[in-house]
Every structure is written in structure tokens, then in C-alpha cells.
Design a protein around this ligand. Structure first.
Ligand SMILES: Cc1ncc(C[n+]2csc(CCOP(=O)(O)OP(=O)(O)O)c2C)c(N)n1
Ligand code: SF4
Length: 248
């Protein structure tokens, strides 16, 4: 019988703890498929963040460390400088990366650290119960913006990719989404490119992955992917913002 589905080698046989319809699990699988295809399971080192994805070390069958909240790029920098032959990446939520960790990713990028950041943007703090994140959309209701995000009170949502593009140390910057199969295939291509940029020693790479949080958006899984497509993509346009000539 033809085998049509199997688990990536680098993804442990362990049920995800994520809520139904959460796309963290898809993002995990894509990272592991890329690790397998690039044959880097033995040299890949992941740095987990604090947030719903805090248990990444339970899922990725590679060397994993846990950074303090927001500090994963600093931890990854240390690992990569000591062990330059490793392929080092962080896996961070938007609260982790774009709130408490704002200084970390910007400085890692501007230094041109040869690390890869997988940045999961679900427009909310998932783990702590749905408070506003720096990425929460204008008008979006959260636990701390019950009347909707208001620019006069909360400011504007942060566009991480657009911040990184002008920095000379950033080599590859892309934004992808997980709302349908076509976009998932594109997301995997971007993650593979980001790792390839690191392997070729070309500098800092980041892939922003638009993700769902049906639980804190108070939507069903199906409504959540539609909400992402209709509300997040217009504000966070998809695409490759910066690609080195060496990696087309
Ligand atoms: C120093 C510190 N401040 C605050 C927290 C509380 N905290 C834990 S996870 C989190 C936000 C997580 O949101 P995000 O990074 O968007 O990830 P998600 O849960 O949505 O995947 C916060 C504020 C903490 N653990 N440590
Ligand atoms: S709270 Fe949101 S981000 Fe966290 S596991 Fe549930 S759906 Fe995913």
C-alpha cells in the first residue's frame, strides 16, 4: 500500500497540547519537515520561547534550549557564536518577540547574527489568556482591549518584517500564513530558504508566520482561518521582503 502520510523524523511522536484549530502545530511540522529535508537534525539547535509554544522541546527531536521570555535571539546568538557549525533557530510568539523581546530581535538582526527566527504572529497573547499584543489589529477586541484596539490609547500594531528590511544585517525576511494549503506550502518554502541563508552564512533570517488563536479570538477553527485571511493579511501583507542574491 502506498504510504501517503508520515511524521517528520525530527518531530517526536507526541500529541500537541495546542487548542483545536491552533496553527502552532502546523508551524512545528513545517520546521521539522525542513530540518529533515536539509538533513540537519544532528546539527540543528532550537531555542524555545515563553508562550503557548513553551513546550517546543517536547516536540522537536533535536537539541533544544529554553530562553527567558523574549530573550531567545540572545540565547541563539551565544550558541551560534560558540558552535558556528550548528544551525540555530528560535521559535517565538508575537508577545515574546515583539513585546518583551523587541530589543533582542532588532539587535540580533542588525548585528547580522547567523541565526534564524521563526516568528508566530497570532495577534494576541495566547498563553496568558488573550491580552492585547503589539500585533493586535486596530479595532480588535482582546481581554485588555474590550472595546477594540484604539490608536489613541494603544498605538498602532507592529510590522516586524518591515522594521527589519532596512537593517543591513538582515539577509532574509519573509511573511507567510497558515490559513490554507497553498499558503502552508509557501510557508514551508520560506522556512527552508531562511535555514538555507543561515547554512550559507549570509546573515540573519526571519520568517513571520501568520497563525490562528481560535481560543482567544473566540472563534471556531474554521472562522479563525477566515478571520486571519480577511483581517490579518490586509494589514500584514505576505511575501518575501528581502532575499540575498545567493539564495533565489
Ligand atoms: C518576564 C515575563 N513577563 C511576562 C510573562 C508572562 N507571559 C508568559 S507567555 C506571555 C505572552 C505569550 O504570548 P505570545 O508570545 O504571543 O505567544 P502565544 O502564547 O500567543 O503563542 C506572557 C506575557 C512571563 N512569563 N515572563
Ligand atoms: S491559546 Fe491560542 S495560541 Fe495558545 S494553543 Fe490555544 S489557540 Fe493556540
Amino acid at each position: 500500500m502506498k504510504k501517503v502520510f508520515s511524521r517528520p523524523k525530527s518531530l517526536k511522536d507526541m500529541p500537541f497540547h495546542y487548542c483545536p484549530g491552533c496553527t502552532h502545530g502546523i508551524a512545528h511540522r513545517l520546521v521539522c519537515e525542513v530540518i529533515d529535508e536539509l538533513d540537519i537534525q544532528g546539527v540543528a539547535v532550537g531555542v524555545g520561547s515563553v508562550g503557548c509554544s513553551v513546550f517546543t522541546m517536547n516536540y522537536f527531536d533535536i537539541d533544544m534550549l529554553q530562553g527567558a521570555h523574549g530573550r531567545a535571539p540572545a540565547v541563539a546568538t551565544g550558541i551560534k557564536r560558540v558552535l558556528p557549525d550548528r544551525v540555530v533557530f528560535t521559535y517565538q510568539g508575537d508577545g515574546d518577540l515583539a513585546a518583551i523581546g523587541t530589543g533582542e530581535f532588532i539587535h540580533a538582526a542588525t548585528r547580522g547574527e547567523k541565526i534564524t527566527v521563526i516568528y508566530i504572529n497570532n495577534a494576541v497573547y495566547g498563553m496568558t489568556g488573550g491580552q492585547m499584543a503589539p500585533t493586535t489589529l486596530m479595532g480588535q477586541r482582546t481581554k485588555t482591549t474590550p472595546g477594540g484596539r484604539d490608536k489613541d490609547i494603544n498605538g498602532f500594531p507592529i510590522k516586524v518584517c518591515e522594521i527589519l528590511v532596512p537593517l543591513e544585517g538582515s539577509a532574509y525576511v519573509a511573511r507567510v500564513s497558515l490559513h490554507n494549503p497553498k499558503s502552508i506550502i509557501q510557508a514551508k518554502k520560506a522556512i527552508k530558504k531562511a535555514f538555507t541563508v543561515q547554512i550559507k552564512g549570509l546573515g540573519f533570517s526571519l520568517v513571520e508566520v501568520l497563525s490562528t488563536c481560535p481560543t482567544n479570538w473566540s472563534l471556531t477553527p474554521l472562522e479563525a482561518v477566515k478571520w486571519l485571511e480577511e483581517n490579518m493579511i490586509p494589514y500584514y501583507p505576505l511575501g518575501e521582503f528581502k532575499t540575498p542574491a545567493e539564495v533565489v
